[in-house]
Each structure stands twice: as C-alpha cells, then as structure tokens.
Design a protein around this ligand. Structure first.
Ligand code: DX5
Ligand code: ZN
Length: 217
C-alpha cells in the first residue's frame, strides 16, 4: 500500500486547520505543504507563520514541506522551528544541495529532494542515502490541477532501480496530476510509494471517499 500526502494548496484556506484534520482522520498519512516564492515558480502561496499555526493545531501531524523557492538554505531553521517534519528542496534551487540537506538533517528534520519534470533521475543519485523523500514532479511546479506529464513514470522507474541497486528505501514520491483512477496506479506500478494529491482530494465532492480511494490502491 502506498502512502498519501494531501496537498493543502487545494484546501479551503478559510478553514485550513479543519481541512488538514479532516484528511488525516480520513486516512491521509501526511500533509503536503507547498511553499512558493514567486521567483522559483510563477506563483505565491503560504509560508512559515501558516505552518506554525497548523503545527499548533495538529501537534501529531507529519508535515511534508515542499519548498519551491530559489534560496531554501536561509529558511531551513525557521521552517524546522515552525514544525516541519520533512523539508524537501528542489535540486534546481540555487544553494548547495549537499549543504542544504545537511542543514535540514542537523536540525533533526527529515530531508527530501524534488526533481522538476525535465530534470533527469540521475540528478538525485548523489544524495539518495541522505533522503527520506525523493519527489518527482508530475507537472511544472507552481499550480494545482494540471495534467500529469507521462515521462515522469520513466523517472520513477529509474529512481526505483537505483534505490534497489543501493539497497535504499526512501519514499519515492510523485506530485502533480495524481488521480486515484488513472495516474496513481501507474506511478505505484513504476515504483512510487508516496502519492501527493491536491485537487483530487480537496476538489472531490466527498473528501473522505477520495482519501479512501487512494488508500485502497
Ligand atoms: C504544484 C504543487 C502540488 C500541487 C498538486 O506545484 O507542488 O503539490 O498541489 O496539485 P494537484 O494534485 O492538483 O496536481
Ligand atoms: Zn508540492
């Protein structure tokens, strides 16, 4: 069974805490928290104070923080203090990836690495042993509700093969365009173990049912 991280980018921001509680109670394993700086991606979302508020409301939750920002290194401590459980940075960001992962881990937080659609799997290979999550973007980051890019499946397969070869077992995650009926089963077949879904959960007529559908995969 794969794990599920519910992306609150598609939640109702007027009742964000309640929406998080609802998906966790329905069976989601973690909350995916998308941070955008309007520079690394062409959009803005939410940041440190919002995470701190959610952490206060949900002390037991696992917050999977996805930093779509150009300079993640300078913000690591603040995100850890705000309650991040895992911080994932983009391999395309401008800071030293090795130093940023080391900083995340030095603060006692899990580290993740994210690959944009056109970045090859090999870009993650030097860092695999330090990672809790290796995340392949299924869409160009910045917006929810976009269609899945099929070549992402080859990347997941390549990451699975390399992790198996090294005897490592980080979560192989996929984010963007994930739907329970179509792309999710294909990603699992390719080797994904952690699905990130936003619109497929929060735009569904019945959120409990949408989560249950993913968890049945
Ligand atoms: C996109 C974000 C995703 C987004 C996915 O930049 O990183 O987490 O919420 O949305 P869906 O599941 O709607 O494609
Ligand atoms: Zn994301």
């Amino acid at each position: 069974m794969s794990a599920l991280s519910a992306s609150v980018l598609s939640a109702d921001f007027a009742r964000l805490g309640d929406d998080c509680r609802k998906v966790l109670n329905a069976g989601a394993d973690m909350i995916h928290f998308d941070v955008m700086d309007g520079h690394f991606v062409d959009n803005l979302s939410f940041g440190i104070p919002v995470l701190a508020g959610l952490r206060k409301a949900l002390p037991e939750a696992y917050f999977d923080v996805h930093l779509m920002i150009t300079d993640p290194l300078i913000y690591i401590k603040e995100f850890v203090d705000a309650g991040a459980s895992c911080i994932s940075i983009h391999v395309e960001s401008l800071n030293s990836i090795r130093s940023t992962i080391a900083s995340i881990k030095a603060f006692g937080c899990d580290a993740g690495l994210v690959l944009n659609p056109h970045t090859p799997a090999e870009a993650a290979f030097p860092f695999l042993e330090d990672l809790k999550i290796v995340l392949s973007m299924g869409v160009t980051p910045g917006h929810g509700g976009q269609p899945f890019i099929p070549s992402t499946l080859d990347k997941i397969r390549a990451l699975r093969a390399e992790c198996d070869r090294l005897g490592l077992n980080p979560y192989l995650s996929v984010d963007g365009g994930i739907k329970a009926e179509t792309t999710a089963p294909e990603c699992i077949k390719a080797g994904a173990t952690l699905l990130v879904a936003g619109s497929a959960i929060f735009d569904a007529p019945d959120i409990d049912k949408a989560v249950a559908q993913f968890k049945a995969l």
